[in-house]
Design a protein around this ligand. Structure first.
Ligand SMILES: N[C@@H](CCC(=O)N[C@@H](CS)C(=O)NCC(=O)O)C(=O)O
Length: 232
């Protein structure tokens, strides 16, 4: 048994522990689902360049969010954290979808976490890709991203929300990434007529009580710190 094991075994934890990073959109969607569910966790803010050893011992892949449940189970994918929280308590019926809606939801999330994230990263962080990818063209990634956003905006304009006429977990999963896409050129983003419905939804979202609760500012956690309950 290593020192870390003995610490884990000996620790008494009344709440699940969420390793999180405020600005990470994956961690944001996890925190949003926790807020929406009414569940409580102990939150540990991390710094990506100096990840806590304990977090890495739970999840060596080193991405946030990581949720450590009280029975020792580790969830290391943001969508699994969302499904855990809303699976236990879904006061707003965010996961209550018909079979067809569920198919639509999975399709949107596949594009969101796949193609859209691909273009978002290259538009937002061109310096990470320009030397590595032959023929790299930031603006073509921006256009491809807008094309995907246009489809989502059309859905919102037609039915009110991304999947159907009600808010669902997919809106919470997607909006943090739409927010990321706006950050490099907010005025340009806000001026695009083809995504006006989505821009409006994003503007409402970032001032909503759920988002504000999810974006609480915390000092980075270190071993021995008193537990911080999230949400407040
Ligand atoms: N598939 C993962 C992706 C999580 C992810 O990539 N998080 C980023 C921060 S936004 C991260 O932790 N990256 C590790 C690093 O930059 O060192 C999930 O859905 O949770």
């Amino acid at each position: 048994m290593t020192l870390t094991d003995s610490v884990l075994v000996g620790e008494v934890r009344p709440l699940p522990v969420l390793y999180s990073f405020r600005r990470c959109p994956y961690a944001m969607r996890a925190r949003l689902a926790i807020v929406a569910s009414g569940m409580k966790v102990e939150i540990r803010e991390i710094v990506l360049r100096n990840k806590p050893e304990h977090m890495l011992s739970l999840s060596p892949k080193g991405t946030v969010p990581v949720l450590w449940l009280t029975d020792g189970t580790v969830l290391e994918q943001s969508l699994d954290v969302m499904k855990w929280a809303l699976g236990l308590s879904d006061r707003n019926d965010l996961m209550k979808l018909s079979v067809d809606e569920r198919v639509g939801a999975e399709q949107i999330v596949a594009v969101l976490d796949g193609e859209f994230k691909h273009h978002l990263d290259r538009y937002k962080y061109p310096e990470r890709y320009s030397a590595k990818e032959e023929g790299f063209d930031r603006m073509s990634h921006r256009s491809a991203g807008v094309e995907i956003l246009r489809g989502w905006s059309d859905r919102i304009a037609a039915q009110g929300h991304l999947v159907c006429d009600r808010l669902t977990w997919v809106d919470l999963a997607a909006l943090p990434f739409v927010r990321q896409f706006r950050i490099p050129e907010p005025e340009w983003f806000d001026s695009l007529p083809e995504i006006a419905a989505l821009s409006k939804r994003l503007a409402e979202f970032v001032v909503s009580p759920w988002f504000e609760a999810a974006m609480v500012k915390l000092e980075p956690w270190k071993p021995g710190d008193a537990a911080i309950v999230f949400p407040k």
